[in-house]
Design a binder for this molecule. Sequence first.
Ligand SMILES: *Cc1c(COP(=O)(O)O)cnc(C)c1O
Length: 365
Amino acid sequence: MKVPLLDLAAQFRTVEAELREAIDRVLVSQQYVLGPEAQALEAEIAEFCGAKHAVGVSNGSDAIVAALMALNIGPGDEVIVPAFTFYATAGSVERVGAKPVFVDILADTFNIDPDAIPDAVSDKTRAIIPVHLYGQCAEMDRIMAVADRHKLAVIEDAAQAIGAEYNGKGAGNFGNAGTLSFYPTKNLSAIGEAGMVLTNDAKLADELRCVRLQGQTSSYEHARLGANFRIDGIQAAALRVKLSWLNQWNENRRKHAARYNEGLQNSVVITPPVNEACKHIYHQYTIRSPKRDKLRAHLNDAGIGSGVYYPIPLHLQPAFIGLGYKRGSMPVAEQASEEVLSLPVFPEMTAEQQDYVIETINQFK
Ligand SMILES: *Cc1c(COP(=O)(O)O)cnc(C)c1O
C-alpha cells in the first residue's frame, strides 16, 4: 500500500466540477484581479474566521509584509518571532527592513514560549508575530498580556490555522491582524498562490487595502508606500468553492488525529499534545522521536510519506546568520528540529491507509 503525505488529486476529484465552473465564471467576467469573486471571498472568509474584515492578497508571505507595512513597521524596528516556524514569518520582517528577534518555543505544542518573550523585548520592539504552528493556536491570552504590557502590536501568522480556535475564538482575531496562506498544501488551498489578512480594526483594514494597491488612495494618487499585493480573481473563485468544504475537511483531519492518538499510544513515538484551550485543525499531525530519521526511513521503505517541518530552526538558517545567534541559544527549537515528523493526515485518507501507517509505526522499535 502507498500512503502519500498529502493527496491533492483526491481533493481535486471532490471539487473538480465546481472548480471548472468557478474558473469559467471568471473567464466570462474578465475580472482577473480583485473584482466580485475576491470581494465575495473576503466576506466569506471573514465570516468563517469570525473577523470583521478580510483583505485578499497575493500569498501568505505578502500578507505578513502587508500587515507590517500597514502598521508602519520598518527600518530601526524589531519584531519578535518564534525560532521554529517557516522561513516567511521572519523573512517578511526583514523584507520591510525591520529586524527579527527570535524566541524559543514550548516543547509540547511547538509554539512560541510566552514566558520567554519579555526577555526579547527592547526599546526598539514594535510587534510580536506568534505562529499557530501545525494548526494549533499559540497561547494567545499570555501573549496578548505581554503585548499589552509593552504596547506591542500583534500579527498572528495563521497560515496553518484557518478554522483553529483558542478559548472558542477563531485564530487571527486576537492581535491587530491575522494572516492566512492559501498555498496549495494548506488546509484551504488555492489553485496557485493567494493569501489574506484578517483584522477587526476598520482603520487597519483600510490601510491594508491601500497597501495592497500600491499605496493608492484614488486613481494614480499614491498616499503611502504600497506594493502589488492584490489577490487574483481565479484564485478567489476557486477558494470560494473549497471554502464550502473546509469545515468537513478540518473535521476529517481531527478524526484522523484522534485515531492516531489512540493507535500510537503504546508506540515509541510521542503524539502531539493539545492545549485544552485549543481547537486544533491539524494542518500537520506531528509526532516526535529521538530516532526521527530512522523512523522516517522505515516509513519511506513501507511506501508512507512523511515530512519534517522544519529541519533547521530559523536562528541557525544561513539567511539569518548575520543576526548572530549560535547553536544552543534556542535549545527547545533545536531539539524539535531534530525530532519532529509529520504523518499523513489529509482529509481524504482512508481508514485502511491510516491503519497501515499506525501498524508500520508500531513495528518500529
Ligand atoms: C505557508 C506559510 C507561510 C507563507 O505562505 P505563502 O502563501 O507560501 O507565502 C507563512 N507562514 C507560515 C507559518 C506558513 O506555513
